[in-house]
Design a binder for this molecule. Structure first.
Ligand code: ADP
Ligand code: 5GP
Length: 189
């Protein structure tokens, strides 16, 4: 049977990567992480090919021209992120499920493309102040980048209703439990 797509979206700092990491650690769900491509530079401990495929802007453009993306977005001015067909097609064909950490617009687009083969989950932060605290606490972004991410968050929150499920990430363990239940139920359907 063809594998399914699990979409995790939220404003930056809401806890998408943390929740996906916990789900992977638990190992209760058969799914593989789709490594996106981006033209931004690696930050913190990020590793090329594990966290992202880090491309130059020219390489990213040539991947667009070569129709290598399922979807891509200019998430921040001049910074592109995209889901590569090569991360999804072969795995799904082999029966594996794939989980995507993508921005809110990308999440809505991927759900539209895959329809019932995909479940879309919006991770809701408890509030904008807490989002600010988390982005500051993560200590990976400059004050300007944090301001840019917060500025975008209010707009992104208006998309929550377009997702199949909303999981509030206040208590992390509760949020991971909820996400796991939603995904397990979807994969069994
Ligand atoms: P995203 O992938 O959505 O940008 P991250 O997973 O990087 O967000 O989380 C942003 C920061 O918030 C990280 O430092 C992470 O450890 C922290 N964090 C995530 N979930 C929670 C939570 N429920 N309570 C407190 N801090 C959290
Ligand atoms: P960050 O720079 O914090 O890693 O990611 C910024 C935003 O880009 C996040 O919302 C993240 O989910 C999103 N993103 C990562 N990969 C993709 C992708 O392949 N497509 C889209 N549309 N967004 C992505």
């Amino acid at each position: 049977m063809e594998g399914k797509i699990i979409i995790i979206s939220a404003p930056s700092g809401s806890g998408k990567s943390t929740i996906i990491g916990r789900l992977m650690e638990r190992g209760n769900i058969d799914m593989e992480f789709s490594v996106s491509a981006t033209n931004r530079s690696p930050r913190g401990e990020e590793i090329d090919g594990r966290d992202y495929h880090f491309l130059t802007t020219e390489q990213f453009r040539s991947a667009i021209d070569g129709d290598e993306f399922v979807e891509y977005e200019e998430v921040y001015p001049g910074r592109y992120y995209g889901t590569l067909r090569s991360e999804i097609d072969a795995r799904c064909a082999a029966g594996h499920n794939v989980i995507l950490d993508i921005d809110v617009k990308g999440g809505v687009n991927v759900k539209r493309i895959f329809g019932p083969r995909a479940v879309s989950i919006f991770i809701m932060p408890p509030g904008i102040d807490e989002l600010h605290r988390r982005l500051t606490g993560r200590a990976t972004d400059s004050p300007e980048a944090i301001a840019e991410r917060i500025g975008k968050a209010e707009y992104e929150l208006t998309f929550a209703g377009e997702f199949d499920h909303v999981v509030v990430n206040d208590n992390l363990d509760t949020a991971v439990d909820e996400a796991e239940t939603v995904i397990t139920t979807f994969l069994a359907s």
